[in-house]
Design a protein around this ligand. Sequence first.
Ligand SMILES: Cc1ncc(COP(=O)(O)O)c(C=O)c1O
Length: 396
Amino acid sequence: MDRLSDKVKRLPESATLKMARLARELRAQGKDVISLSLGEPDFDTPQHIKEAAIQALRDGYTKYTPVPGLPELVEAIRLKFKRDNGLTFDKDQIVVSNGAKQSIFNISQALLNEGDEAIILTPYWVSYHDIIQMIGGKPVPVRAGIEQDFKVTPQQLEAAITQRTKFVLFSSPCNPTGSVYTQEELEGLAEVIARHQLIVVSDEIYEYINFTGQHASIGTIDAVRDLTVTVNGFAKGFAMTGWRLGYIGAPRWLARACAKIQSQVTSGATAFGQKAGAVALTSDPGPTIAMREAFRRRRDLVIELLSAIPGVKTNHPKGAFYIFPDMQAFFGKSFDGQTIRHSDDLAEYLLREALVATVSGAAFGDPNCIRISYAASEDQLREAIRRMGEALGKLS
Ligand SMILES: Cc1ncc(COP(=O)(O)O)c(C=O)c1O
């Protein structure tokens, strides 16, 4: 008897699982695998944030919290949106969640009926696609290649809109490309979104890892002010991936719907984590700035080293901690009887031959590229890219 639901059977297995398994097998054989596949900072949560959680535990923050969040965290988020983004929200427009991923799940669940379409600016973070699909919606990727710095134009967006389009979803700074949309580019997209009265979901979780010195939020643009959900979280900017804490600022009706969904799934986020989150948003940003500067140095190093490998084409990422080189020059080439057809083959080849774990771009909607995370030490990055150059040089 087949007990599993159609819904779970439709759910694809994580594209990174096979690579993770292979890496584990190689490590078990004693091989020195360098992993550049991680989506989390290699820094620890700043000490003062940890202390705040410990103090909160001592103070008895061990109970259920209101589903949309502890009042003091909601207030800290409201002030942060104003201070950092120029976005004005009332407190009932904010919903704290167990991570930005849950926020995106809540939003998708709140907006999509079976068969409704959600446009995802592509390359995209892999979970966007799979969450929308799991819910019964139809993800519609709109793809921008490296020649346009992986950024979708208003014309491309316009062409993908149908009667069934409900929302447009993207991240800037972007995982996996590191690209950052400028204010002007956002205005172009906002004009199309406003004309079609779509919702725009702006995932700004890499906001604090932005090397341009300026973070632009689409929600500040008048035409889409009431159509924008701004998603953010603590995972990347404060190195808090394991804390599971995210949030949204949204139109009131949508915030209410997200809280209703969350109330049936997980309830409010962890009480003492929320107390620490409020401290993170209101205390010295020094550790976050130091982390961003370390990522900037590594970004420069990685671009320099990768650009020296013939055939590897890079953009100049302006945020996050990823680079997404176009590797098409190697497709059709072979080594030892194995021909590289696309990014899946190439990522597997690099793992076996160079002992470097990356992620195939196909997982992010672009099979011409691979994603390299530079959340690793400079020594590891130098050695990994040296090995990659050697392995790529063997392909003919
Ligand atoms: C673009 C993007 N959004 C959201 C998330 C998930 O954030 P959280 O850990 O807060 O669920 C990630 C994590 O990799 C991400 O890259």
